[in-house]
Design a protein around this ligand. Structure first.
Ligand SMILES: Cc1ncc(COP(=O)(O)O)c(C=O)c1O
Length: 375
């Protein structure tokens, strides 16, 4: 199913990927080529941890947009957000430990926990406000937890935006219990309107939040550029990166640094945010027209993912197989659950510019859901 997310012969509603036509691919490629031409050494030397200072400086500068005050030295460049999350988990947890996660959660995280022999403690989320903090508080009384992972800004897959007072409460709740909080901010720059939401890290008074970021969803998934600001675990994270992947690919890192410094990143963000708002709205409308009336559908205020609750008797895995046979990839709910829950949910990607192919695919899905719902 995961392999299908990248298959070009399927209508791409499964993967959480931005539409290629919206990304500044040409500009980034030109920037990378010119860096390679001007500096022979750029591609021919290791970019040793903590990684290119140019990029770390830009990340630190941009932290002002989310209420942070990072310095370049607080940041380690990583191979995507995936490496950032993996390093953060490995320095805070040991095999057998329990990690509190949102339920549903990003499937990459659910799989990572399994591979690292970590137990997931699923914490239910509210569709608008995120992790249920009362539930978390009670769960922490009963279970020893080594770390907590949260994706507070436009969460994958539900799309919620945790309000500021809840962010503050979550940070304080974990700080009181001395539990590291790993923040995944892969989508934070993609609000549809208004100001960029703060990160949990903005409420962190004593360096207990490990911020993991990524340029995959905003600029270029294939460049594999992410970062981590590891707070009190930063030195350990840098040391672990040194012995696992050593450095990051230099040219993509420098190209992204240059785009942030001088490529009109803010202007680009303004246009892409508007495009995602329109695409998400367009897909919501099409779903409302063709799916059964009783479905539940998220109304995200950022990013490009929709989370859809289908009638109870619709099995989303069976639906994904039928959709695939009809040339459409979708992400069934159980992928997002360490316990294979959310059987009647699907996640749809509205990252691509709206076109007839996508419109037809939503119609086909609606028809399949109607039929399976009646069975
Ligand atoms: C919530 C979340 N975190 C992290 C990642 C991984 O991002 P990257 O491509 O930077 O490794 C993804 C990718 O889908 C994601 O959705």
């Amino acid at each position: 199913m995961l392999a299908d997310f990248g298959a070009s012969d399927l209508v791409p509603l499964g993967g959480a990927v931005p539409g290629v036509e919206l990304l500044p691919g040409r500009k980034l490629a030109r920037t990378m080529a010119s860096i390679a031409r001007l500096s022979r050494s750029a591609g021919n030397t290791y970019d040793m941890p903590p990684g290119a200072e140019n990029l770390r400086r830009e990340i630190a500068r941009r932290s002002l947009t989310w209420g942070g005050a990072l310095k370049a030295d607080d940041v380690l460049v990583t191979i995507g957000g995936t490496e950032a999350l993996s390093l953060a988990l490995r320095v805070t947890c040991s095999p057998g430990d329990t990690v509190a996660v949102e339920s549903p959660t990003y499937f990459g995280l659910a799989r990572m926990l399994r591979e690292m022999r970590l137990k997931a403690l699923p914490i239910p989320v509210h569709s608008e406000t995120g992790m249920d903090l009362d539930y978390l508080r009670t769960a922490l009384r009963r279970t020893r937890v080594a770390a907590c992972v949260s994706n507070p800004n436009f969460q994958n897959p539900v799309g919620f935006l945790m309000p500021d007072d809840r962010k503050r409460e979550l940070v304080a709740l974990l700080a009181e219990r001395d539990i590291p909080l790993i923040e995944d901010d892969a989508y934070g720059d993609l609000q549809h309107e208004g100001v960029r939401p703060p990160c949990l890290k903005a409420f962190d008074k004593d360096e207990r939040v490990i911020l993991c970021g990524s340029f995959s969803k905003v600029l270029a998934p294939g460049y594999r550029v992410g970062y981590v600001a590891g707070g009190r675990w930063h030195a350990q994270i840098v040391a672990l990166k040194r012995v696992t992947t050593l450095g990051c690919p230099t040219l993509p890192t420098l190209a992204i640094a240059e785009f942030l410094r001088n490529g009109g990143y803010e202007r680009y963000l303004r246009s892409v945010r508007q495009a995602y708002r329109q695409q998400v709205e367009r897909m919501r409308l099409a779903i409302a027209e063709t799916f059964p009336a009783e479905i539940g559908l998220s109304r995200p205020r950022g990013s490009f993912l929709l989370w859809c609750e289908l009638p109870r008797n619709v099995d989303s895995i069976a639906l994904a197989h039928e959709a695939r046979a009809a040339g459409i990839s979708i992400a069934p709910g159980p992928l997002f659950s360490p316990e294979s829950g959310f059987r009647n949910y699907i996640r749809l990607n509205a990252g691509y510019a709206w076109n007839e192919r996508i419109e037809r695919a939503i119609g086909v899905l609606g028809h399949l859901v109607q039929r399976m719902g009646r069975a």
